[in-house]
Write a protein that binds this ligand. Structure first.
Ligand code: FES
Length: 355
């Protein structure tokens, strides 16, 4: 299952932990998101480096203490109405400047010292901690059922049939007004969510959202990423008076080596290693642009769903259950990159009529 294993056994965490495994592939040979090998810090391997870091950190804390004492002195000694000129800030109160500067510097030094302490000297172990079982104990479950039973008895729910039946009748009718209100939600979303601006006409050119230029294949180096939209989208938005079309048509273009692509969509969905995917996460619709070239992974910042862009956008990690919808690419007679047609499936999160 794994290629390499490295790391220490954690101690004193209260729960059982095991050394971390740097997994490269699962039992079925599928590539999973890799972790970099653990590297020891210099301060772990050299006593001298550890001592030096210790002195640096202690120096920062000591200097912070001096700043705070100096701030008290400044409060007492610097005249309140003296004005000094400072580049960028202009004329400022000397008292405020010295107080703010010294307290700010002291606080900064404590923060930097604490970060350096954690980075250089605190234990550097990577461990896996198993989650505890979610199911309650048999005893706790029986106790809960017993409490419900006692509550039902004490409330008289079972011994007062008139109250019970009238309450159940009211509860049964309660959802009906809500069901009527659902009629105000408008038409079923089916068609609107199935089509994007890429399907308005075949072979639509692609616009770099940052530069506003139409994209050519040579604009994208291997490992590069471009946020893009269809040409003509801005005019469409003006017509519609909303940005709904943009929300559905936003894509990312990524270039990788053509022989790294294992797309199952078809033989020609990429163009010379350039692939285009919807930018909208299939979990709950966050926009994504975090791309890791080494693993071809697209990472959603919202709940960490990860998609393998070399493999049809397959969801390899996190809560997303579906792959990222892909656009088929080509170039036109003038050498511009074009989308052959619309996405083959609706973009964004799942909905009930997806089919
Ligand atoms: S929206 Fe992307 S993982 Fe939840």
């Amino acid at each position: 299952m794994s290629d390499t294993t490295h790391g220490d056994t954690g101690h004193g965490h209260g729960h059982e932990v095991e050394p971390i495994t740097y997994t490269q592939s699962d039992e079925r040979g599928r590539i999973l998101l890799g972790l970099d090998e653990h590297r020891s810090r210099r301060t772990d391997t050299s006593q001298r480096a550890a001592k030096r870091a210790e002195r640096q950190i202690a120096g920062m804390f000591t200097f912070a203490a001096i700043c705070f004492v100096a701030a008290i002195a400044a409060y007492l000694l610097v005249p309140k109405h003296d004005i000094v000129w400072v580049p960028v800030l202009g004329n400022v109160s000397a008292s405020n400047l010295s107080l703010g500067g010294l307290i700010g510097l002291g606080t900064l030094l404590i923060g930097v010292g604490a970060i350096q302490w954690a980075r250089a000297l605190m234990p550097d172990e990577e461990v896996i901690q198993e989650r505890h079982e979610l199911r309650g104990s048999d005893e706790a479950r029986e106790d809960t059922i017993e409490q419900f039973r006692r509550g039902a008895q004490e409330s008289g729910f079972m011994s007062r049939p008139i109250i019970r039946r009238s309450l159940l009748g009211a509860m049964a009718l309660f959802p009906l007004p809500i069901a009527f209100l659902l009629g105000d939600l408008g038409t079923a979303p089916d068609d609107k969510l199935r089509h994007t601006a890429w399907g308005n006409k075949p072979r639509t050119r692609i616009l770099n959202q940052g530069s506003g230029q139409m994209v050519r294949p040579e604009d994208l180096a291997v490992g590069g990423l471009i946020n893009a939209i269809p040409v003509g989208l801005t005019e469409l938005e003006e017509q519609e008076g909303s940005q709904n079309a943009r929300a559905k048509a936003a894509i990312i273009l990524v270039r990788m080596n053509p022989d790294e692509i294992k797309s199952t969509q078809g033989p020609n969905w990429d163009y010379e290693g350039i692939v285009a995917y919807s930018k909208i996460c299939t979990h709950v619709g966050c926009p994504i642009s975090l791309y890791q070239q080494r693993t071809h992974s697209l990472l959603c910042p919202c709940h960490q769903s990860t998609f393998d862009l070399s493999d049809s956008g397959r969801a390899v990690f996190g809560p997303a259950a579906r792959h990222m919808p892909q656009l088929q690419l080509d170039v036109d007679s003038e050498g511009y990159l074009v989308a052959v047609g619309d996405f083959a499936e609706p973009v964004g999160p799942s909905f009930w009529e997806r089919g």
